[in-house]
Design a protein. Structure first.
Length: 322
C-alpha cells in the first residue's frame, strides 16, 4: 500500500470518527487515540516528567527493580511486542534483562510515526535486540507479529503505563479477551494498571499547574484544524479534569467558553457548541489491585506476579495466557 493511500485512509478514518463523536446524542466526544500526533506525543513525554504525574515514574521504577524477576518467570525463546510503545524508554529494562539470555526481536506497535521512529532508534542500540516497528492499531499490529512468529517462539506482550484504563471497564475486558485470542498458551501479557489514590492527587496528575496537560488536550482540536481543515479557536476552550466517582475514573474534557460554530470541511460537518458545553477527550480508569486479578481470570489469563509501587500506587501485572 502506497504512502499516499495510507495517508488518505487515515484522513478518511479520522474524519469519520470525529464526525461520529461530535454528532452523537448527549455528551460529545473525541477518541483519545487522536491526542497522539507528533506534537501530542511530545507533550505527553513532557507530562511524564511533571512532579504531579507520578504514574510514569512508578511504572519505570517497577520495571527497573523487577525486570530480571519478570523475565526469569517467562519461557525461552521469547519475542516481545509492545502495544503503544511511545519512545520505548521504560521497555529498555525488560529488553536488557532478556538480552542477557537470548537474542530478541522487539516489535513496537504505535500509531504515532514520530514516537515509533524514536523507539526504533533508542531500542535498536541494545545488544542482541532487533527492532521491527509496526505503525498500526494495537490488535492489527499484534496479529501481524503473531503471524511471523516461529513455531517454538513464545510471545510477551507489553501493555504498560495505564493505557488499559483509557477503555471503559467492559470495553477493557473485551479488549483483553481479543488480545488473548491472538496468543497461545504459554504466552504472557505484562499489564500496567494505575491504582486508586486520593482524589486531589489524581486530579492534579491530569490538570497540572504548568498547563502542560491542558496544552496536550487542546492539541486534539489543533490537530483537527491541521489535518481536517477545521477552524476551532483553541482560545475559546478550557481544559478540565474531573473525577467520576461512580465509574472510578478521571475524565478529561474541553469546555467551550462561548456559544460558537465550528466548520470541519473534511468531515462535512458544522457543529454548534453552547457555552459551557464540553467535548470528552479521554478517560483514565483506576483500579484496585485485587480487581486486576479478577479481570485477568475473566479474560483467559492467570496472574503469575503482581508488583505494586510504594511511592505511587501502581501495579505491574504479569499474566500468563491459559
Amino acid at each position: 500500500m502506497s504512502t499516499q493511500t495510507v495517508a488518505t485512509r487515515h484522513v478518511s478514518e479520522f474524519a469519520a470518527e470525529v464526525r461520529a463523536g461530535l454528532t452523537k446524542g448527549g455528551q460529545r466526544e473525541l477518541p483519545s487515540k487522536y491526542l497522539y500526533d507528533e506534537l501530542g506525543s511530545a507533550l505527553f513525554e513532557a507530562i511524564c516528567v511533571l512532579p504531579e504525574y507520578g504514574l510514569t515514574r512508578a511504572d519505570a521504577r517497577l520495571l527497573q527493580n523487577h525486570a530480571r524477576e519478570i523475565v526469569n518467570r517467562l519461557p525461552s525463546p521469547l519475542q516481545v511486542a509492545e502495544l503503544g510503545s511511545g519512545t520505548g524508554k521504560k521497555t529498555r529494562w525488560i529488553l536488557e534483562a532478556l538480552s542477557q539470555r537470548q537474542k530478541t526481536y522487539y516489535y513496537p506497535i504505535e500509531i504515532s510515526p514520530s514516537a515509533l521512529a524514536a523507539c526504533e532508534k533508542e531500542m535498536g542500540q541494545i545488544d542482541l535486540v532487533s527492532v521491527v516497528g509496526y505503525e498500526r492499531p494495537y490488535l492489527e499490529g499484534l496479529r501481524a507479529v503473531a503471524d511471523r512468529r516461529k513455531e517454538a517462539d513464545h510471545l510477551l506482550v507489553l501493555f504498560l503505563g495505564s493505557t488499559v484504563g483509557n477503555f471503559d471497564r467492559d470495553a477493557g475486558r473485551n479488549f483483553l479477551r481479543e488480545l488473548r485470542e491472538t496468543l497461545l498458551p504459554g504466552d504472557a501479557l505484562l499489564l500496567g494498571t494505575d491504582l486508586e489514590k486520593d482524589i486531589q492527587t489524581q486530579i492534579l496528575a491530569y490538570d497540572d499547574p504548568a498547563g502542560v496537560t491542558a496544552a496536550f488536550n487542546l492539541n486534539i482540536l489543533g490537530r483537527i484544524n491541521r489535518e481536517l481543515g477545521a477552524n476551532f479557536d483553541l482560545k475559546s476552550f478550557r481544559h478540565e479534569a474531573h473525577w467520576n466517582a461512580g465509574e472510578r475514573r478521571i475524565e478529561m474534557h474541553l469546555c467551550s467558553l462561548r456559544r460558537q460554530a465550528v466548520e470541519i470541511p473534511a468531515a462535512g460537518l458544522r457543529v454548534i457548541l453552547n457555552q459551557e458545553e464540553t467535548i470528552w477527550t479521554e478517560s483514565s480508569h483506576k483500579y484496585k489491585a485485587e480487581e486486576v486479578l479478577e479481570m485477568a481470570a475473566d479474560t483467559g489469563f492467570r496472574c503469575e506476579g503482581q508488583w505494586i509501587d510504594k511511592e505511587w500506587p501502581f501495579a505491574q501485572n504479569l499474566l500468563a495466557a491459559i
